[in-house]
Ligand binder design. Structure first.
Ligand code: BGP
Length: 481
């Protein structure tokens, strides 16, 4: 097995989980800035975000406290990006996946002119990366749409958001034109799992939530196709990818009814890729819409835009697999990455109940490549744990090394089987605020950040044992695992 010569090893972060500086440089509030820290949060609540109400948002807008809203403080990368990038460079990163906070460039989302301070900030970040020959991989939208657009018009459920997003993307392409790799929407399929953070939809005032979610998704597909076209025009050598949550579902038993249940879940999981890679809505999803009384407003030109502007590569997050059965009533359930499914008795789970399934990564790579014959990019994968910082500033995270070893060796087998893989970015190479729980104590990093769930700590950075392990993996292009 050999990874390609210029294989893009690195890590992935999102603006709202690292930057902090939520009100600096004229930044506006985003949906992430009002996501509360709720340690007892049940993941099924998070999935539907039933807890998000108009009243909550009004309280959050007024609040100045970053204690209750930990994404507002992040890990202070807004001020410390140079130090963080130097650490990534020390590990030998070839790429860093990060996102642009829309609200730094357009505080409300619908202004006509961008905020120069926001542009400057990301130009500095990109300059710093280039200094170390680290290729930026930029996500345009990672759960951080302007709150104003959510409050004023239910976010992506409103067609006008397409034009605002295209304006934002154009500013990015014009001002960050030495970025070659772009992703449009992080885990685009998540709109139907957490509609507020993914699409700015406020559930308590949405009459037909399912309908609004699929309409929002349609608008995102159109926006994604439009900005793909624009990116290719403005940056001719650019490569634009879609980004999916890959959760492979296995049948709970060999019973044909269970196999069918797994097939149905996987088909839904593929739907967003089908639209963005093949350029059309699959027949089965169209029938699903009819069967569920979902009636989308689709303009005639939408389908042509989607058809003519498909993506160059497919990127995805991979954390786990799940089980499905025809009758799930008596089944032990598990959840993770805001997906709910049956628990697999053959696999272990993390402290947060996420199933650990390295072979599932190989299966995902093989399935996706077989389905679409497009280059793939693993842009998220990792283990969230509690870590212990020792007196002498070390973190002995052999469990993390074990996790990565098993996943990377399965990934290598997929490459050996013929999968065209562009790169691998682990999730959260530096500890950051968790997306689903807003906890700091759920750590993914090779680098430890001294901060607790309440925002106490020096914010100093420490190299964990896994830091040196990953450094060697990159130096040997994956030969030494
Ligand atoms: C993905 C998101 C990331 C990230 C990751 C881990 O769904 O794209 O933003 O946070 O999951 O999830 P969590 O932070 O909830 O552990």
């Amino acid at each position: 097995m050999e990874f390609r010569k210029n294989f893009l090893w690195g890590g992935a972060v999102a603006a709202n989980q690292i930057e902090g500086g939520w009100n600096l440089g004229s930044k506006g509030l985003s949906v992430a800035d009002v996501a509360q820290y709720r340690p007892q949060l049940d993941v099924t609540d998070y999935q539907r975000q039933v807890g998000v109400t108009t009243a909550d948002i009004q309280v959050a807008i007024k609040a100045q406290s970053a204690k209750d809203y930990p994404k507002r403080r992040g890990i202070d990368s807004y001020h410390r990006y140079q130090e963080d990038i130097a650490l990534f460079a020390e590990m030998g990163f070839k790429t860093l996946r990060f996102s642009i906070a829309w609200t730094r460039l357009f505080p409300n989302g619908d202004e006509l002119e961008p905020n120069p301070a926001g542009i400057k900030y990301y130009q500095n970040v990109i300059k710093e990366l280039k200094k170390y020959q680290i290729e930026p991989l930029v996500t345009l939208s990672h759960y951080e749409m302007p709150l104003h657009l959510a409050v004023e018009r239910n976010g992506w459920a409103d067609r006008r958001t397409i034009a605002d997003f295209v304006r934002f993307a154009k500013v990015c392409f014009e001002n960050f034109s030495d970025v070659k790799y772009w992703l449009t929407f992080n885990e685009i399929d998540s709109v139907t799992r957490h509609p507020f953070t993914s699409a700015g939809i406020i559930p308590d005032r949405t009459a037909n939530l399912i309908q609004a979610e699929y309409q929002a998704l349609h608008h995102q597909f159109v926006a994604s196709a439009k900005v793909t076209k624009l990116c290719h025009q403005l940056i001719p050598e650019s490569q634009v990818g879609c980004m999916l949550t890959k959760v492979t579902t296995y049948p709970a038993t060999a019973k044909p009814e269970d196999v069918l249940a797994a097939f149905n879940k996987n088909t839904l999981n593929y739907f967003c890729a089908d639209v963005q890679v093949k350029g059309e809505y699959p027949q089965l999803i169209q029938q699903f819409f009819k069967n569920n009384q979902i009636e989308l407003t689709v303009l005639p030109e939408d389908l042509a835009i989607i058809r003519e502007n498909t993506v160059d590569f497919i990127s995805f997050s991979y954390y786990m697999s799940m089980l499905a059965a025809a009758d799930e009533s008596g089944m032990e359930m598990t959840s993770g990455n805001t997906v709910l499914g049956g628990k697999n008795p053959y696999l272990e789970t993390t402290e947060w109940g996420w199933t650990v399934d390295p072979v599932g990564l190989r299966i995902s790579l093989l399935e996706l490549y077989d389905h679409y014959q497009k280059p793939l990019f693993v842009v998220e994968n990792g283990l969230g744990t509690h870590d212990q910082l020792t007196q002498d500033g070390k973190v002995h995270d052999d469990y993390r090394i074990k996790y990565f070893k098993s996943h990377l060796s399965e990934m290598a087998k997929a490459v050996a089987a013929g999968v065209d893989l562009l790169g691998y970015t682990s999730w959260g190479p530096i500890d950051l605020i968790s997306a689903s729980t807003s906890q700091m104590s759920k750590r993914y990093g090779f680098i430890y950040v001294d901060q607790d769930d309440n925002g106490n700590g020096t914010l100093n950075r420490y190299r964990k044992d896994s830091f040196y392990w990953y450094q060697k993996v990159i130096a040997t292009n994956g030969q030494s695992l």
